[in-house]
Every structure is written in structure tokens, then in C-alpha cells.
Design a protein around this ligand. Structure first.
Ligand code: SAM
Length: 239
């Protein structure tokens, strides 16, 4: 998968592919991140990318031209067709289903806004989808773009050390994940549930499923309401 990111802070965004799972995915050739700085597409001495808003009011607005040219430069850099995604608090709120949708695309151009946002006409002319990473406002779209890159990268086949990890993560089966433990066996008097040390894989699986169901019921009943539970799951919940 190829990510192009249009951002005023290209080095920061590019660093997302230097570490951990995303770093490994890049090293394995599963994904790449290419950054485009709109300032490189300005023609004035100050490399101006913003201007005052029509109608007055606080803050500045990102201008159409430098962004449009940066998007165009990204487009023609590779023949793979790309969808242009504007990271915006006004977009569809990202969830795991949204991440699956994005990770299935061969290529995305992520647009990171700054200031009060970007000129509405750029959105009308160039943007295919708007995505938000939550109901709060960031100073810029860079972190949001990095969130998308990270969440997509871990779904790419071969990115994780163990492919099963992604299928057991929260949301992948509509539930929250079960609790996890590692050595030592006792921490400040707190032990590890006996079942995880018994070696009976059937029991362990049932326990994990029950924990996942219980946690989801306690913490995110909205997720459970969207599930059609099997008879076995219902029995586990009643135990
Ligand atoms: N005035 C805009 C509004 O209220 O909708 C917010 C502008 S915000 C300060 C600057 C940029 O940060 C936006 O253009 C967008 O790219 C990014 N951003 C802020 N919050 C975001 C969120 N929750 N999800 C994705 N991007 C966000």
C-alpha cells in the first residue's frame, strides 16, 4: 500500500514509517510513505500557503493552489490510482471498519490541514473522502494521517510478527480484546488467572472469549448490541 501525505511537516509525518510495526511494514516492502510539502509548490519569496478568511474572523485558511499542485505532484509520481482523503474533524469518524476500508485501497493521498482548515473549494475539487479520528480538534491533520497509516499498516498481510494478533485485537470481531498477562507470575500480590497456566487450550479459548464478551458488555454495550451472539456466547455470558 502506498501512502502519500500532503503536509506542512513532511519530516514528522515520514517518521511514522521509521518505527515498530509501520517501520517493519516499510522494510518488508508492504507499504511506503511519501510526503509532499505544499510550500514547495508556492512561487513567492515567503512560500505562502495560507491567507486571511473571506468574511473576516480569526485565523488563516490554507490556499487552494499549493495544495492542489502538491496533490497533483503526488498523483503523477506513481501510476497507481489514488483516493484523496482529507483528515478533518468534520469527516466520517474512523473505526476499525473504516480502517479495513482504507487498508483495502492500493493507494491513498492523505491531506493534513492546518490553521482554520483548507479552502472549501479544494475539498470540492480534489477530495474523495473525509475522515475524522474523533470528536475533538487537533492543531493539524498530521497526527490523524499518522493514525490512519499505523492502523492500516497493521492490517497488511505480513506486517505483524504473528498474523493472528490483528484478528484478536479489539473491534476485529466486534468485541473488545481479552486481558493479557506475562511474567512474572505475581506482581504486588496480583496473580495470573489459573486458567492461563493450565495448558488446556480449549479452556483458555473459552475463558478469553468470555472475558472479551464480559468486557464489551461492561465497557462498550453499544458494540455488543450490534452483534448477533451465538448460543455458545450466550451461555458464556450467563455462566
Ligand atoms: N476549523 C476546523 C473545524 O472546526 O472543523 C478545524 C481546523 S483544525 C485546527 C486544523 C486541521 O487539523 C484540520 O484542517 C484537519 O486537517 C486537522 N484535524 C483537526 N482535528 C481533526 C480530527 N479530529 N480528525 C482529523 N483531522 C483533524
Amino acid at each position: 500500500m502506498r501512502f502519500d501525505v500532503v503536509s506542512l511537516f513532511p519530516d514528522w509525518v515520514a517518521s511514522v514509517a521509521d518505527w515498530g510495526v509501520t517501520g517493519r511494514a516499510r522494510e518488508r516492502g508492504l507499504m511506503s510513505v511519501h510526503c509532499w510539502d505544499p510550500r514547495d509548490f508556492t512561487r513567492d519569496r515567503h512560500r505562502t500557503v495560507d491567507d486571511r478568511p473571506y468574511g473576516g474572523g480569526p485565523g488563516m485558511v490554507m490556499k487552494v493552489d499549493p495544495l492542489r499542485q502538491a496533490i497533483q505532484a503526488a498523483r503523477v509520481d506513481d501510476e497507481t490510482p489514488a483516493r484523496v482523503i482529507y483528515m478533518s474533524p468534520q469527516g466520517r469518524r474512523l473505526d476499525q471498519a473504516g480502517v479495513h476500508h482504507l487498508a483495502a485501497l492500493p493507494r491513498v493521498i492523505l491531506l493534513a490541514g492546518r490553521y482554520e482548515g483548507i479552502d472549501e473549494r479544494l475539498i470540492q475539487l480534489e477530495v474523495d473522502e473525509e475522515w475524522s479520528i474523533g470528536d475533538y480538534v487537533l492543531s493539524g491533520g498530521e497526527l490523524a494521517a499518522m493514525v490512519v497509516i499505523d492502523a492500516c499498516a497493521r492490517l497488511l498481510p505480513g506486517a505483524l510478527g504473528d498474523a493472528l494478533s490483528a484478528t484478536q485485537d479489539s473491534f476485529s470481531q466486534g468485541l473488545l480484546d481479552c486481558p493479557h498477562y506475562t511474567r512474572p507470575e505475581v506482581v504486588d500480590g496480583l496473580g495470573v488467572p489459573e486458567v492461563l497456566r493450565c495448558g488446556d487450550h480449549g479452556r483458555i479459548e473459552r475463558w478469553r472469549r468470555k472475558q472479551a464478551l464480559g468486557r464489551t458488555w461492561e465497557r462498550r454495550p453499544d458494540l455488543l448490541a450490534q452483534q448477533e451472539l451465538s448460543e455458545a456466547d450466550c451461555r458464556l455470558l450467563e455462566e
